[in-house]
Design a protein. Structure first.
Length: 412
């Protein structure tokens, strides 16, 4: 009897239980058993097999309706040392696992690839891509599971904050998750119709300067006052901007801890508060009173009950992963194509040739979707600064001279 091991790595995403439940049911109907491994690679790295149990089809039938993960998740990284990988493989052997199904993002995909290499042909490994960031290299137009549910929930939060701002005549800075790519921030902000959304991809290569981010949001506030007579609005900002900022630009980065994969713990960076305070200082220096607020939106989105779209999607992926492994595939990422077909992608085809790690998918800022989203925002554009009448109105709204307006906003 074949034995499947299933584990989750990285942060939660809506639909984890859908993959687990479908895999358990499909494996059972093909005469196999499934062992749920708790807390990702955490205990396997220590050679500990006590944090695992057999999962039964009876408990999996309606699992796809629930958020979270019944086997939990962690960011434990088994790739740091060769002996850690060896302990993982030995622990899997002890559990009788000959097929391993991992569910996670780019770091978990990399860990799964290394476990597959360390195990040789003894254990077949498949990875189901999960991240609300939508930044794994799937076929064009195919999101990672959990993204659509997170985007819907994110847009809902943004809408409510936006209505609060309209009611109270103030601006809010909302920071949304997205370590490398801005899909979630853009999708939530665009869906809600906010005046300005900032993502890392729209900036040129190299460092992103904190002052530039402040000036873009400030310009949106000023232009909205000048052209619409409104003192309210929401600026949605992707947290990934922080990773590209020089440390000297952001005092808050100095003592921020890193996770097991070496990433800054962005949840510990009070980016929204820092932006809000900087904007407040700018307007205060001009004798202006602009009511400002801030909120980080992230944990609210990760364990919500998945939408019907993600329920169907994750069940396809879980059952498809079992079928691919039993067909003899290994060292693969399980992907659903635009036509609905479940197909394997070899791990080596996902790797960045320079780093060896899983490639990241970014928002295509040259595509029509981004260009439309950008065109519908309220920002000070280069052509605005050539319009003498508009410059005069911007100057009045910003409490600056016309020359100061052109100088301050021209670089944007």
């Amino acid at each position: 009897m074949a034995t499947f091991g299933v584990l989750c790595g990285g942060g939660p995403a809506p639909g984890l239980n859908g993959v687990i439940g479908a895999a358990v049911m499909r494996a059972a109907r093909r005469g196999c058993r499934t062992v749920g491994i708790y807390d990702g690679f955490k205990w396997l790295m220590e050679g500990d097999v006590s944090h695992a149990r057999e999962l039964q089809p009876s408990e999996a039938q309606l699992l796809h309706l629930e958020g979270g993960s019944i086997i939990h998740t962690s960011r434990a990284n088994p790739t740091k040392q060769p002996e850690t990988l060896e302990r993982c493989v030995k622990a899997l052997d002890e559990l009788g696992v000959d097929h391993l199904l991992t569910i996670g993002g780019d770091d978990t995909a990399f860990s799964a690839r290394k476990v597959a290499e360390a195990a040789g042909n003894r254990i077949k490994v498949a990875h189901v891509p999960k991240t609300i960031d939508n930044d794994l290299p799937l076929p064009s137009g195919v999101p990672t599971f959990g993204y659509e549910t997170a985007r819907e929930l994110g847009a809902s939060v943004v809408e409510r904050i936006q209505q609060d701002c309209i009611t109270t005549n103030r601006w809010f800075v909302l920071v949304l998750m997205g370590r490398k790519a801005g899909f979630l921030a853009l999708g939530s902000g665009y869906s809600a119709g906010v005046p300005v959304t900032l993502i890392p991809e729209e900036f040129p290569a190299g460092p992103i300067r904190f002052d530039d981010v402040v000036r873009i949001i400030e310009g949106s506030i000023v232009k909205r006052m000048a052209t619409e007579g409104r003192e309210d609005g929401v600026a949605v900002v992707a947290e990934g901007l922080v990773e590209r900022m020089p440390k000297e630009d952001l005092e808050a980065l100095k003592d921020v801890p890193h996770d097991e994969h070496g990433h800054i713990r962005l949840a510990d960076v009070p980016f929204g508060r820092v932006l809000k305070n900087a904007l407040g200082d700018v307007f205060k220096s001009r004798g202006m009173k602009v009511a400002l607020g801030e909120k980080d939106v992230g944990y609210e989105l990760r364990c919500g009950r998945p939408l019907a779209w993600d329920r169907e999607y994750t069940r396809d992926l879980g059952a498809g992963a079992v079928d691919l492994l039993l067909a003899g595939h290994s060292s693969i990422l399980v992907a659903r194509q635009p036509d609905g077909a479940i197909q394997p992608i070899q791990f080596e085809d996902l790797a960045d040739p320079e780093t060896g790690k899983t490639r990241v998918r970014y928002v295509d800022v040259e595509g029509d979707s981004f260009k439309t989203a950008r065109a519908l925002q309220t920002r000070i554009e280069p052509e605005d600064l050539e319009d003498a009448e508009l410059v005069a109105r911007l100057a009045e709204a910003a409490n600056l001279s016309e020359d100061e307006v052109r100088k301050r906003y021209a670089p944007l």
